[in-house]
Design a protein around this ligand. Structure first.
Ligand code: ZN
Length: 93
């Protein structure tokens, strides 16, 4: 019985077994590009998942950065208000 592919779940008589004991279909005529290469597809999907995860993490960081900037801005506006108030007091003297 052929092993089951860890990527597509099909049983295939042409397969590769990786160092991690994962089995993948590999249909290839020597000298030609593979017609089916589940190991490559699996690696690609891993990369995509990683890329997605990174893309997901980015907005969280920028949100944190944004709230930091907002609190900075609020502090600045408060300072500005106090300065204006102080100026107004001076002009009344
Ligand atoms: Zn497969």
């Amino acid at each position: 019985m052929s092993p089951k592919c860890d990527y597509c779940g099909q049983r295939n008589s042409s397969f590769v077994v990786t160092a991690n004991h994962l089995t993948f279909c590999l249909e290839q005529v020597i000298g030609n590009p593979p017609t089916k290469d589940c190991h490559k597809a699996y690696l690609d999907s891993l990369k995509k998942t990683k890329a997605l995860k990174t893309a997901k993490d980015l907005p969280e960081l920028s949100q944190q950065e944004r709230s930091k900037n907002i609190s900075k801005l609020e502090a600045y506006q408060k300072e500005l208000k106090q300065k204006r108030f102080a100026l107004r007091l001076q002009s009344y003297r």
